[in-house]
Design a protein around this ligand. Structure first.
Ligand code: ADP
Length: 265
């Protein structure tokens, strides 16, 4: 609270400076505590809902549902879906706490871009058969980026997952790649709900969600993009979004091209 802030009369430059530093620290701690509180609330809610849904299905099966193949199938599918949600929430929480407490192990390895993107799209087509995933056909085979492949996979999954989650009736996702000698640009475009200019800057902040209720209903917790950005920064990359409200968004991932060591001959 502001009661514990240091307030000084003007005059002593060093003390004034110290008090500014101290007050900044206090403000940051305060914000951090508030974010943590929000986070615990969000996580509890996130975990409570799938547990309640699964409990409902299991009780139904236990009473009579197991004798009806259709009900059995539906309840099993629904329960599995809820388990997936919980798993990804727990995974994201773990990633986040690892990112904060333990250093992420950034491994600058030579990763071939095209097969990784192709695989991600095959996976998404399997999980979301009602979506159309368009991929540029002219992605060169020999583009290599400097990043640990699991980290790039994780970043792609976060952004593709959002593209699906925040799509509207037009269930279409476009993926394209542009590269020069230095960098590669991966663009992931959706035609969903989009966002205001103001929100394009905030969505990479931890816990920030444009529409808390809607995002939560869609399985969101406001961590995905914060993780993606944190990972990319570690590889000297960036991610940003161009978006138009009610029209859609393009997320652009920028990464350095893998540079072969110069051979002395
Ligand atoms: P969440 O788990 O809520 O999806 P993210 O960090 O991945 O968390 O995203 C933060 C917020 O950014 C989301 O809640 C949503 O409001 C907004 N957002 C992310 N991707 C998109 C998108 N493709 N279209 C519209 N809004 C998006």
């Amino acid at each position: 609270q502001s009661t514990s802030r240091i307030e000084l009369d003007e005059g002593n430059d060093e003390l004034t400076h110290l008090s500014t530093v101290f007050n900044d620290m206090l403000d940051r701690m305060q914000r951090y505590i508030e974010q943590q509180k929000d986070f615990v609330e969000d996580v509890s809610h996130e975990l409570r809902t799938p547990v309640a849904i699964m409990e409902g299905h299991l009780k139904l099966l236990n009473r009579w549902g197991k004798d009806d193949p259709e009900v059995l199938d539906e309840s099993l599918q629904a329960s599995l879906q809820e388990i997936e949600r919980m798993k990804s929430l727990v995974q994201e929480m773990l990633d986040l706490s690892r990112a904060e407490q333990v250093e992420i192990h950034y491994k600058n390895e030579k990763t071939s871009l095209k097969p990784l993107i192709l695989q991600a799209i095959i996976n998404f087509k399997l999980i979301y058969p009602d979506f159309v995933f368009n991929l540029d056909d002219d992605i060169r085979d020999e583009i290599y980026v400097s990043i640990y492949r699991n980290h790039l996979e994780q970043i792609l999954v976060i952004i593709l997952d959002n593209a699906v989650k925040y799509s509207s009736e037009r269930k279409e996702i476009h993926v394209s790649v542009a590269a020069d000698n230095q960098n590669v640009d991966i663009a992931i475009q959706d035609f969903g709900e989009g966002m205001t200019q103001e929100d394009t800057e905030k969505i990479f902040n931890r816990f920030y969600r444009v529409d808390k209720a809607r995002s939560r209903y869609k399985g969101g917790n406001g961590l995905g993009l914060a993780i993606a950005r944190e990972l990319l920064i570690g590889y000297k990359g960036t991610v940003y979004v161009e978006s138009v409200l009610d029209y859609g968004s393009i997320f652009r991932i920028k990464l350095p091209i893998y540079q072969n060591e110069i051979k002395n001959s």
